[in-house]
Design a protein around this ligand. Structure first.
Ligand code: UDP
Length: 327
């Protein structure tokens, strides 16, 4: 069984490719390497340097490799940037996905896994956030995923097309070989670890006046290997003839920014100086996923639900690769 993975050179895509190969799948990675790293691609995966903006390149990859299903990770994914430049998100993210989907239909490929987001749920009515929550995107980034989910809804209704949309919360951690290496980096855990590595003087805490026990924001951190496992379960569901669906993915447990910093101090033995600064625009106080549906329906069972093992795995990778994928 062959799976084409867009964005398979990126953080979440590359770890999912690794787990797909371990599970016995043949994998083709389709990536333009704007943000991804060639060295992050598992050596057993075939690699196509291609751009989703060019539908001819997608069609050529389908023609050559004849995948049975597609996993779609390749996208711009910075909430802040999407506010600055909505067209890059509601434009390019959406049109690239539309190219991919249209090339799939033409090639007769009808199984699709979407990397979606918790940013669909701004100001949720209940916490933890379940799949029943109304969709109110928190940014043009979230909106781009909401629009792609609407495409999927209609393709399921009007074509013989099946999909699973996985809305993830805060992906974190690393496998033995693959970890997080963004330029610029703006996520909490890698930034905290950069302080421990001596690459930054301190970590800025974006606000300690939220309505939470210690005043800092609470997020649901999910280990990248558990996330990858969920993708494989979703794929198997479709390969076994399952219906289209959407799942929220997190541990169902939240940790505050201060708890993340404190845990990183314990693991690294570094004091990790922190300074409180004003809130970052668009940050909700608490985001926690209700992942009961995927647990019940697909038997998903996270192996690394605790913050300590998530941060420990990230730290191990950063110690082993102090410059990320850069040689
Ligand atoms: N955060 C912070 N300092 C930083 C980066 C992030 O205090 O340098 C906070 C951010 O406000 C949020 C949490 O850490 O409450 C997680 O942020 P991240 O960017 O990692 O993920 P997000 O929740 O935005 O997807």
């Amino acid at each position: 069984m062959k799976i084409l993975v867009t964005g398979g050179a990126g953080y979440i895509g590359s770890v999912t490719v690794e787990k797909l190969i371990e599970a016995g799948y043949d994998v083709v990675v389709f990536d333009n390497l704007y943000q991804g790293h060639r060295d992050a691609v598992h050596p057993q995966a075939e690699f196509v340097l291609g751009d989703l903006a060019r539908i001819d390149e997608i069609k050529a990859a389908f023609e050559t490799h004849k995948p049975d299903a597609v996993m779609h990770f390749a996208a711009y994914s910075l909430v802040g940037e999407s506010v600055e430049n909505p067209f890059k998100y509601m434009g390019e993210n959406v049109s690239n996905a539309a190219n991919l989907l249209s090339a799939m239909l033409e090639a007769g490929i009808n199984k699709f896994i979407l990397s979606s987001t918790a940013n669909l749920f701004d100001d949720p009515e209940s916490m933890p956030i379940t799949e029943k929550e109304r969709i109110v995107p928190g940014s043009p980034y979230g909106e781009s995923k909401a629009i792609i989910e609407r495409y999927l809804y209609w393709l399921d209704r009007v074509k013989d097309f099946r999909y699973v949309a996985l809305r993830y919360f805060n992906a974190a951690g690393a496998s033995e070989e693959r970890g997080e290496d963004h330029h610029p980096e703006c996520h909490l855990i890698p930034l905290v670890l950069q302080v421990a590595q001596g690459k930054r003087e301190k970590i800025f805490i974006f606000g300690d006046d939220y309505d939470t026990p210690d005043g800092t924001c609470i997020r649901d951190y999910i280990h990248i290997a558990d996330l990858a496992q969920a993708h494989i379960l979703a794929l198997e569901k479709l390969l076994n003839g399952g219906e289209s669906c959407r799942y929220n993915l997190g541990n169902g447990q939240g940790y505050s920014v201060k708890q993340v910093i404190e845990t990183a101090r314990e693991i690294t033995g570094h004091p990790i100086p922190a300074e409180v600064t004003p809130r970052r625009a668009g940050d909700p106080a608490v985001l926690i996923a209700g992942s009961e549906t995927i647990r019940k329906e697909l038997g998903w069972n996270p192996q690394y639900p605790d913050l300590k093992s998530i941060i420990q795995s990230a730290w191990n990778w950063h110690v082993k690769n102090p410059n990320g994928y850069e040689k």
